[in-house]
Ligand binder design. Structure first.
Ligand code: ATP
Ligand code: MG
Length: 414
């Protein structure tokens, strides 16, 4: 009988060995740096009521129209695997009554799911880290959240490969005026727009500015920007973000074409982009989303945040991720030594050392394996050593061998 070998689903990846270490390093770095800014980690479910996303991401966004993994569960509820983290955080904020205790400063990390065409830098299951600063309405908050992202990129050694592109989407009044200007501009060229963008023209013309269709992109390059349509208040807010970014020492360029793919943004929109990853060059992106918590049924609550693709950050990292410490291996020879090995190993582990058993094979074989896994020392325990309460401690760096009392091993090796 032969069984077909099963494969992972298209657009998903296994994280093994160095790939996992890179991934874990990105998460650990982001957790540590954001912690210095006072962010605390939340974990929300990876699936939610479909309405958590359909209501908030905008019914003309790519994510909602074509990318969601939605299904009916056995009870007939419509469930969606989360395509992003912010909607679930806001759902949790409202559900847990935390709109009464602001600010909330949230860090998260985990898998996200989008039904996209798999290609370099684009998976169907990918992973994000993200921050949400919920409560403050000041432009200083936008700058601080961006500065934290910049510090994380610096700590990962990739900041110099990215450029922060900054824009504003203004307030409601600015956007209404801008929308009218966009409708006027695109209406004159409606025949040149992609089918998707023709539909967006009536429902959400700003979305066209974010279109990835090459034909649309040509038209977009001649479209008006929002800047002349900003109200005084919106322009002042934008100036506040820029002057505070300068105080944080975060370099940026202005790019009036950034509108962000999701509908819930207002004022600040930004992306850290790189030219080192080909077409999928956005590594970290976000903005202000003052309307989202209210969409979720909470009180009007200002907020600003970002998300970054872990795979793209890991691909940018050139330095190898930190490796686990080199282990010490124990090689017991004979049955009595094997029994005695267990408490020795456990004492080493209790002392915080990485200690492994070499299970089988002759001494030469086991020494070879110890070298192969990069062990720093081998502890050889034969019947004779056991009787005398010692091991042969072989330093695998220098090759020197010394007889060492078992009782003192944790201290000797620490
Ligand atoms: P893109 O323009 O690349 O489609 P997006 O606007 O859909 O990005 P966001 O929703 O802002 O992306 O997600 C934030 C970050 O998550 C992106 O900048 C990227 O690093 C990462 N990301 C988004 N979609 C994917 C994916 N399918 N595979 C890998 N990483 C992704
Ligand atoms: Mg996308």
């Amino acid at each position: 009988m032969s069984s077909e070998k099963l494969q992972s689903v298209r657009g998903t990846h296994d994280l093994i060995g160095e790939a996992h270490r890179r991934h874990a390093h990105v998460v650990a770095t982001a957790r540590a740096i954001s912690g210095r800014y006072g962010f605390e980690e939340w974990a929300t479910p990876i699936f939610e009521d479909t309405r958590v996303f359909s209501r908030t991401l905008g019914d003309t966004s790519d994510v909602v129209t074509k990318e969601m993994y939605s299904f009916s569960d056995r009870g007939g509820e419509s469930i969606t695997l989360r395509p992003e983290g912010t909607a679930g955080i806001c759902r949790a904020l409202v559900q847990n009554g935390l709109t009464q205790s602001l600010p909330q400063k949230v860090f998260y990390a985990g898998p996200m799911f989008r039904y996209e065409r798999p290609q370099k830098g684009r998976q169907r299951q990918f992973h994000q880290i993200g921050l949400e600063l919920i409560g403050p309405a000041e432009p200083l908050a936008d700058a601080e959240v961006i500065a934290c992202g910049w510090n994380i990129l610096e700590a990962l050694g990739v900041a110099q490969d990215t450029v922060l592109e900054l824009n504003t989407l203004g307030d409601g009044e600015s956007r209404a005026a801008y929308r009218a200007a966009l409708v006027e501009y695109f209406s004159d060229h409606v025949g040149q727009l992609s089918e998707d963008s023709q539909a967006r023209l009536a429902r959400n013309p700003m979305r066209i500015v974010d279109s990835k269709d090459p034909g649309d992109r040509d038209l977009v390059s001649g479209a008006p920007t929002i800047l002349p349509y900003l109200t005084d208040a919106a322009a002042r807010f934008y100036d506040g973000v820029k002057s505070n970014l300068a105080r944080f020492g975060v370099p940026f360029v202005e790019n009036p074409r950034i509108v962000r793919g999701l509908d819930y943004y207002s004022h600040t929109a930004f992306e850290f982009v790189t030219s080192r990853l080909g077409a999928q060059g956005t590594v970290l992106a976000g903005g202000r989303y003052d309307g989202l918590v209210a969409e979720m049924g909470g009180p009007p609550t200002p907020a600003v945040g970002w998300a970054a693709g872990i795979e793209r950050l890991a691909a940018l990292m050139t330095a190898p991720p930190p490796a686990p410490p080199a282990p010490v291996v124990l090689i017991p020879l004979g049955e009595a030594a094997e029994a005695a090995a267990i408490p020795i190993l456990q004492a080493l582990r209790a002392a915080g050392l990485r200690a492994e058993m070499e299970y089988r094979g002759n001494l030469k074989r086991r020494m070879e394996r110890a070298n192969r896994i990069g062990a720093r020392a081998a502890l050889i325990l034969g019947e004779d050593e056991l009787a005398r309460g010692v091991v042969q401690l072989k330093d695998l760096g220098t090759g020197t061998q010394t007889e060492t009392p078992i009782a003192g091993l944790p201290q000797t090796l620490s």
